[in-house]
Design a protein around this ligand. Structure first.
Ligand SMILES: Nc1ncnc2c1ncn2[C@@H]1O[C@H](COP(=O)(O)OP(=O)(O)OP(=O)(O)O)[C@@H](O)[C@H]1O
Ligand SMILES: [Mg+2]
Length: 563
């Protein structure tokens, strides 16, 4: 059992948890939820031992084995399968022990102890599942969307998003009693997501998962822990059930609050009337006491709602872009590798295009090329006069400078824009601007490296809005954002007057802000006439086709990983 009693957890000046208690029983599947920056990831730090409580008690079964997804980008030449097997710490230890014993035995074949050690390690290895370790690792890798031809490719050869998937596979490979997952769905597309849900449902240990994805939480959790007002509150249900229970609770609380306020007002009236009268002073005094004694019901806290808007673009070139016979792709060791070919399309002012396509088909490549981060490999892309691009890249959070504060980022942005931007750029104005994105006085001076994932994503959005773009290129902008901020983004995008090109796995967002879709697949780009349900069907069929093709294909097939 995991138990927290009167626990206090701080990060510099912020009190994230303030004398809160909760228990988690073995085998429970828990969703840990709350707004960006409330301390969910920090709580994982306590559970995995990298942080300590500031007060109160925290207890955790000593013998429990813990598995979690490493947050760093793996850098190794090891093949994908070997890397994932490495996640099984017990197996890795035993393999090292075997090697040591074998070395000893080779040096001295009469070393009986070494001989015995070898025999022991072999039996332990069998218990640890050595015989099918490769097969288990590969099932995880394939389940997370990799092709058969990629099983032995070096980890370094994969793009960032795919390497993070390997990190996830590595965590799942590790036998564990407690599994900690911090936003595991951020790098996954639909079919990998469905696979992960199925895997987690059959996981036998205790699991705590942080996520802002309602459907995913509903599928895999049955208990919800909500961090709110520095308290951990436990709800015995999945996310939807939690929302239901919480809104009922808030209504009840609101009613109780109103009732109490009436009562206080009544007593107060009596006090006001009689406090000057000597004969009644005592009664008045006792009512003052009565008010003081009342256990105050807190008013329902209006959750600090958040809204923002894109500014009206200074001009709207039309067309924004003319793409003629363009090839999109990469240059690998001097040789062009085309992924999407012969695209001819115009992008007009005010168009709102959702860019669809299965993983690895080239969505990000096309967007990156339009954003001028990559060159077109053929054909031309002509930009309208006065085009200002606002680009939110999937790896955008990496471009923030961890040592710098939000204010320093804005100051730099303003300086780089020079006179080109007509936005107010004095420090005072920049502070005010950051304030409108919920970066208060403390946060504008906090190093970006210590901020939570959602806070960083919000900063990137703020920087983009400040640049007053007329063409928005958004590649998976909602990863990390909490639900309130996602809604604020959808609202802002709906009011945006420029042109929008959006890549997203968030179907609710695509549905609410796009008028038309482009589909990238099998090396081409074409308008997609169906709706998002048709698209989901398409995706599932396409991933099956790709897998079948990979199984029968020649080993030299080019890898097309875009993320
Ligand atoms: N070293 C630090 N110094 C100052 N503040 C910190 C530090 N580390 C974390 N914080 C702050 O503590 C708060 C909690 O961070 P945490 O990463 O736990 O949030 P989270 O709930 O996981 O949010 P998200 O949903 O955005 O991932 C944030 O406001 C963050 O800025
Ligand atoms: Mg977090």
């Amino acid at each position: 059992m995991i138990s927290l009693r009167n626990l206090v957890l701080r990060r510099s000046a912020k009190v994230l948890l303030d004398r809160t208690s909760v228990t988690i029983t073995p085998g429970e599947k828990v969703g840990l939820v709350g707004r960006n920056g409330v301390g969910k990831s920090t709580l994982f730090g306590l559970l995995n031992g990298s942080l300590h409580e500031d007060a109160g008690d925290f207890s955790f079964p000593r013998q429990w084995r813990l598995a979690q997804v490493a947050q760093d980008m793996p850098e190794t030449e090891d093949g994908a399968t070997a890397f994932v097997i490495g996640g099984d710490t017990r197996l890795t230890e035993l393999r090292a022990a075997l090697e040591a014993a074998e070395t000893r035995f080779a040096a001295d074949p009469n070393d009986e102890e070494a001989g015995m050690a070898i025999a022991h390690v072999y039996s332990d290895l069998a218990d640890a599942g050595e015989h099918d370790a490769s097969a288990r690792a590969q099932a995880l890798i394939l389940g997370l969307g990799f092709g058969v031809h990629e099983l032995e490719q070096p980890v370094n050869s994969f793009s960032g998003g795919w390497r993070m998937r390997l990190q996830l596979a590595r965590a799942l490979m590790c036998p564990s009693d407690l599994l900690l997952l911090d936003e595991p769905t951020n790098h996954l597309d639909l079919d990998a997501l469905v696979w992960l849900e199925a895997w987690l449902k059959s996981y036998a240990g205790t699991m705590i998962v942080i996520s802002h994805d309602r459907e995913f939480l509903d599928a895999v959790t049955s208990v919800t822990l909500h961090i709110d007002n520095a308290q951990l509150v436990r709800y015995g249900g999945n996310y939807s059930k939690f929302e239901e229970m919480r809104s009922e609770q808030l209504l009840l609380q609101q009613a109780a609050f109103a009732k109490q306020q009436d009562k206080i007002a009544h007593l107060q009236k009596f006090i006001d009337r009689f406090k000057a009268k000597a004969s009644k002073a005592k009664q008045a005094q006792s009512r003052v006491k009565a008010i003081e004694r009342m256990e105050k019901v807190a008013p329902m806290l209006a959750t600090a709602d958040f809204e923002f808007a894109f500014k009206e673009p200074e001009r709207l070139p039309n067309p924004m872009l003319s793409i003629t016979g363009a090839d999109f792709g990469y240059v690998v060791e001097g040789a062009p590798r085309v992924i999407v070919r012969k695209v001819s399309r115009s992008v007009l002012a005010g168009q709102r295009i959702g860019i669809l396509g299965a993983n690895g088909q080239g969505k990000s490549t096309v967007v990156k090329t339009i954003a001028r981060d990559l060159n077109a490999l053929g054909g031309t892309i002509t930009e309208g006069k006065g085009l200002t691009i606002g680009y939110f890249a999937q790896q955008e959070l990496d471009v923030l400078r961890p040592q710098d504060t939000p204010l320093e980022h804005m100051v730099r942005l303003a300086r780089e824009a020079g006179g080109a931007s007509r936005e107010p750029s004095g420090e005072q104005a920049l502070r005010g601007f950051l304030g409108s994105f919920n970066f208060g006085t403390d946060m504008i001076r906090q190093a970006v490296g210590t901020m939570s994932g959602g806070e960083k994503a919000r900063l990137v959005l703020a920087m983009m809005v400040w640049q007053r773009p007329n063409l928005l290129l958004l590649d998976e902008p909602t990863n990390h954002l909490d639900l309130v901020t996602r809604e604020a983004l959808a609202m802002a995008l709906n009011q945006f007057e420029g042109t929008l090109m959006l890549v997203s796995h968030d179907r609710a967002l695509l549905r609410s802000v796009c008028d038309e879709f482009w589909l990238i697949g099998r090396g081409t780009l074409a308008p997609f006439e169906g709706d998002l349900d048709d698209y989901q069907t398409y995706l599932l069929e396409e991933s099956k086709r790709l897998r079948d093709e990979a199984r029968s294909s020649e080993p030299t097939r080019a890898k097309v990983a875009v993320h």
